[in-house]
Design a protein around this ligand. Structure first.
Ligand code: GLA
Length: 701
């Protein structure tokens, strides 16, 4: 709800309130929902600004930096007017949240240049999220340069925030990190042309009175700054990175920054729940929104590049027998791609490896009763490819310089419309001729050598993103029934921008259950489990060499969207039977596992999760023991999200018997993980992650 009384504007969600004082352009309050109060006069500080730009503002990090035709950087954005819009305005060329209309538009003007800044706040009542975006309109008679336009500027009271970020590297994504800003400045960003494995744009700022969560609906360079100003305020700037950014804006033109989102909650669990609800309801769209996702088998770790039709059909057959629903053919089916050194861009079938082509193979897979899925990496080009030989100018390279080759490949200049149209055409053709039900869209390197003929250098990074979004929009519009899964060397572009197109995303190239516990846990702070691709792979694991029982690998993969990524023909009869039982269990509980409310459980060493149905009548929990010590002290777990006044029957999967306990006890009592410390089990599984899955059923009153 957005309401205005005089100069006071209140934006209310189900559990939070944001108060803005329009004439002074000030944030007065953001936190727990307030009753029907309007008398905020005494709470006005005069310092918590909505806009900060190099003009009259204090010398804090600025949200807007413009270079005017007079050569100066000054911009005094004075409040002009505000209105409440019934329709949320689209952000031209960029993905954004949807499903709510009520939007506050605030206009600020720099009087000497007549350049206007618009800031938009959309209230998502159901998920307690407020989406914020900003736009510059050049009302002057001359070209201006935008050197920075942050989407959200928020001043929080206090300088003692703990900043929680999700950082890592390839195959080690989204590890939780904590730093106190302690009166200083903290920056989380990416300059890789992608949201990155290194630093995800989801960030939390915490102090004694709650948790603020921020994210950006964008897949390129981003920047989240938290700066204490020395006078008791922390300025939060969330938006596109200003690194190498210089956007020219002609008179009358406008420029929109991507949408940022913010959320307040009393604690981290509540914040995650709100972010999950927001993503499921207002980011993910199309046919696969809130729809149960198929169990897939992907041949990558099963075969890598070494496959032929016979091998693929054998895997598909074994997968079908186990209960898998979708077969995904990964890298290596096109051109002469038998290694990662060639053929990207040559999206024509290799008949030897696909039994005469994709159409034939897909037909045979479908005849087995499986859906067919295909891997592509559309934004890339190998120098050893037909495409490069015919169109070397499609590659992103700086003339006269040796380009950086990552994974032996170059990137396409997606900022160029010709290249975009080419990609739309060839990728659409792959989908049409295979009749694919699923597409895995990969992206295996970051942007370097940013250059495109005729493209102004300071605009390149963003123009690449606009090109990318134009291409995915066009392709996805043509194939509305296809399930698209995003991938970027694992989870390198796992962000809200991509989730607007890809209902699920490959979480990490590290498929080791031991590693996945923290990767999926880190991801779960800002993103729901229905967005996380999670596969059971071979043991010993190919990335780490760690071994883990099949049961543990399954338990961890049930924390996301279950898939298999190994040669399923290699199972012993015993393992095949076990996997069949696993998949049957998953399917029977899939709605709960994919769309229930998921909470993180335990602490380092005993991490796990519980997923609770919306009506709280059933739940599934997984707890793990990652480190085994002799004479180890007993570990315990407290469950979460249950109905405190209900009584549950709790059973351990695969074990006889059950016990009953009230939701209150299960959530407040310390449940002993006794059975995991049994000496025999420990020795038998030494070196492995032990795990247990518990099933909760509410007893009828
Ligand atoms: C990336 C992906 C993997 C696989 C390979 C294929 O690394 O993350 O899942 O598709 O590419 O080359």
């Amino acid at each position: 709800m957005i309401k205005k009384k005089g100069q006071v504007i209140r934006l209310d969600t189900a559990n939070t309130t944001l108060v803005i004082k329009a004439d002074t352009s000030e944030y007065v309050y953001y936190g727990k929902k307030l009753g029907n109060v309007w008398d905020f006069e005494a709470y006005v500080t005069g310092a918590r600004k909505i806009v900060s730009a190099p003009g009259k503002s204090a010398y804090l990090d600025y949200g807007v930096v413009l270079e005017n035709a007079d050569g100066g950087f000054a911009a005094d954005f004075e409040y002009s007017k505000s209105r409440i819009l019934a329709e949320k305005p689209e952000i031209a060329g960029l993905p954004s949240s949807y499903g709510e209309g009520k939007t506050l538009e605030m206009k600020f003007v720099d009087a000497p240049t007549k350049v206007a800044l618009y800031v938009y706040y959309t209230v998502f009542e159901d998920s307690d999220v407020i989406a914020v975006s900003s736009k510059i309109v050049n009302g002057s008679k001359k070209e201006i340069h935008i050197h920075r336009l942050m989407s959200l500027q928020l001043d929080l009271l206090g300088e003692d925030y703990k900043i929680v970020t999700f950082e890592g590297a390839w195959a080690r994504e989204r590890r939780r990190m904590e730093r106190e800003i302690g009166g200083g400045i903290f920056v989380n960003d990416s300059k890789r042309g992608m949201s990155s494995h290194t630093r995800n744009p989801f960030v939390m700022a915490e102090n004694g009175s709650g948790v603020y969560g921020f994210n950006l609906v964008y897949s390129g360079n981003h920047k989240e700054t938290f700066e204490a100003d020395g006078s008791g305020i922390t300025r939060v700037l969330i938006g596109m990175n200003d690194f190498m950014f210089d956007w020219r804006l002609q008179p009358g033109e406008e420029f929109s920054a991507p949408e940022a989102v913010m959320c307040y909650a009393p604690d981290e669990d509540a914040l995650s729940g709100r972010m999950h609800a927001f993503v499921c309801e207002h980011i993910v769209r199309g046919k696969w929104k809130k729809r149960e996702r198929p169990v897939l088998v992907n041949n990558w770790e099963g075969t890598y590049f070494d496959f032929n039709e016979e091998k693929l059909l054998a895997i598909a057959k074994a997968a079908k027998e186990a209960g898998v629903e979708l077969f995904v053919l990964d890298d290596g089916w096109f051109g002469k791609r038998n290694s990662d050194t060639c053929s990207l861009g040559d999206w024509f079938d290799n008949p030897e490896k696909t039994g005469g082509g994709l159409a034939n193979l897909a037909e045979k897979i479908r005849a087995m009763g499986l859906m067919f899925g295909i891997w592509v990496e559309p934004e890339m080009i190998s120098e050893d490819s037909e495409l490069y030989r015919t169109h070397p100018n499609f590659a992103m390279k700086v003339p006269g310089r040796e380009p950086e080759r990552m994974r032996h490949q170059l990137m396409l200049n997606m900022a160029d419309e010709k290249v975009q149209n080419y990609v739309v055409r060839v990728i659409s053709d792959v989908i049409s001729r295979s009749g694919a039900d699923y597409v895995k869209w990969d992206f295996n390197r970051s942007l370097t050598d940013c250059y495109g003929k005729g493209i102004y250098p300071g605009e390149y990074f963003h123009r690449y993103m606009l090109g990318y979004y134009r291409v995915v929009t066009k392709i996805m519009k043509k194939f509305p029934f296809v399930l698209f899964e995003g991938c970027a060397g694992g989870g390198g572009r796992f962000d809200l921008g991509n989730l607007c197109y890809f209902p699920q995303y490959w979480t990490s190239d590290d498929t080791d259950a031991r590693e996945r516990i923290s990767i999926q846990r880190g991801t779960s702070y800002g993103y729901p489990q229905s967005a996380m691709g999670a596969h059971v792979s071979a043991s010993p694991n190919h990335q780490t060499g760690n071994s883990n029982p099949l049961e543990t690998r399954f338990h961890i993969a049930c924390g996301g969207v279950l898939g298999y990524e190994l040669d399923m023909t290699k199972f012993t009869p015993q393992e095949a039977a076990q996997v069949k039982e696993h998949i049957a269990f998953y399917k029977a509980n899939r709605k709960l596992l994919q769309y229930g409310d998921q909470y993180r459980l335990g602490e380092e060493g005993t991490e796990g999760y519980i997923t609770v149905s919306k009506d709280k009548n059933s739940a599934i929990a997984v707890v793990t023991l990652t480190q085994i010590h002799p004479s180890a002290p007993l570990k315990t777990v407290r469950f979460k999200g249950l109905n405190p006044s209900a009584v549950y029957e709790v059973s351990q999967r695969g074990k006889e018997g059950a016990f009953t306990a009230s939701g209150e006890l299960l959530m407040n009592g310390d449940f002993p993980l006794r059975d995991m410390f049994d000496f025999e089990t420990v020795v038998k599984n030494s070196g492995c992650v032990l795990s247990r899955m518990y099933i909760f059923k509410k007893l009828k009153a």
